[in-house]
Design a binder for this molecule. Structure first.
Ligand code: PMP
Length: 301
């Protein structure tokens, strides 16, 4: 599903067949969840070209994540963007998900490494939370304490928390979880940030106890351009129960509406919300559909 006999990956400076590549079973990353990665998307633009969305921001965050974890990182943003485009071309992909992973060599101790490895994989992927409005439940799991982890880093080990929360939500019959931070404030979904809308204003948790999402930042920029009031604040789950609308956002999830939270439906019709406008504007932005983008804002055809 992710690769076949003809799939190419980028591995430590070379383009090799995924089926022929291997990794060290003594890697510190495999044993201890000590590695960093990114989740990036490329899109076929309306002009027909392939565009990696926010490529610089993603590879800069990869570097910052590696630095936060003391992983050697001898790569430049430029060379990795070039490698990512080449992986897309070799695999004949346009609308794709791109996964760079920086991982440690064989090391069963907790000591720092003097080298690291990098792989870039790409595959076709539908929106990761689907395209239907979600039924969301508050998780019994909290997001990791920032005093225990560098929570702003996109580290492999943090995703044990995400997997536990997501599996619990699905086992209870919901589509996805919403996690609080260690102080009981709303934090984020297992693999996405969250916004809610009330009386024409958008609210999202402030940075500090969440992954600083690139989609979240893009949406805040869009709000600024469109004169939509948006606030980064601390809020409780109860504040969300009375919202007009809410959505998750992330590279893989894109912008996906939430139908209900803890079985309480959001009552404003999605089509009449600012959240829906953000969803459409984001779709146009990733496809570089500037004409439609403008029409949407101006309310013209
Ligand atoms: N929070 C978490 C925990 C995530 O895994 C993701 C996905 N990377 C996000 C938020 C959204 O981040 P981005 O918009 O950069 O994909």
């Amino acid at each position: 599903m992710y690769y076949n006999q003809n799939t190419f990956i980028y591995l430590n400076g070379s383009y090799v067949k995924a089926a022929d590549a291997n990794t060290d079973l003594y890697s510190q990353t495999l044993h201890y969840g000590y590695g960093v990665f990114e989740g990036i998307r490329s899109y076929k633009t309306i002009a027909g070209t392939t565009k990696i969305f926010k490529a610089e921001a993603h590879f800069e965050r990869l570097q910052q994540s590696a630095q936060a974890l003391n992983l050697p990182y001898p790569y430049t943003v430029e060379e990795l963007i070039e490698a990512a485009y080449k992986v897309l071309a070799l695999n004949d992909l346009q609308d794709a998900y791109i996964r760079p992973l920086v991982y440690a060599p064989a090391n069963m101790s907790f000591a720092k490494n003097t080298t690291s490895h990098i792989v870039i994989e790409a595959w076709q992927m539908d929106p990761f939370l689907g395209d239907k409005m979600l039924r969301v439940v508050t998780s019994s799991f909290e997001r990791p304490n920032p005093k225990a982890f560098h929570i702003h880093a996109k580290a492999t080990g943090h995703y044990v928390n995400s997997i536990l929360a997501s599996q619990e939500a699905k086992q209870k019959g919901y589509d996805e979880a919403l996690l609080l931070d260690m102080h009981g404030y709303v934090a984020e979904a297992p693999g996405a940030n969250v916004f809610f809308e009330k009386n024409g204003t958008l609210f999202t948790p402030q940075l500090g106890n969440i992954l600083p999402g690139i989609t979240r930042a893009t949406i805040l920029e869009l709000c600024n351009e469109l004169n939509i009031p948006a606030k980064e604040i601390q809020f409780k789950i109860e504040d969300m129960y009375h919202a007009d609308a809410a959505f998750f956002c992330g590279t893989a999830a894109e912008v996906i509406g939430i139908a209900s939270l803890d079985d309480k439906p959001f009552t404003k019709p999605w089509a009449e919300t600012i959240s829906k406008l953000i969803q459409t504007t984001y779709k146009n932005l990733i496809a570089e559909n500037k004409k439609t983008l403008l029409n949407e804002v101006l309310g013209t055809e």
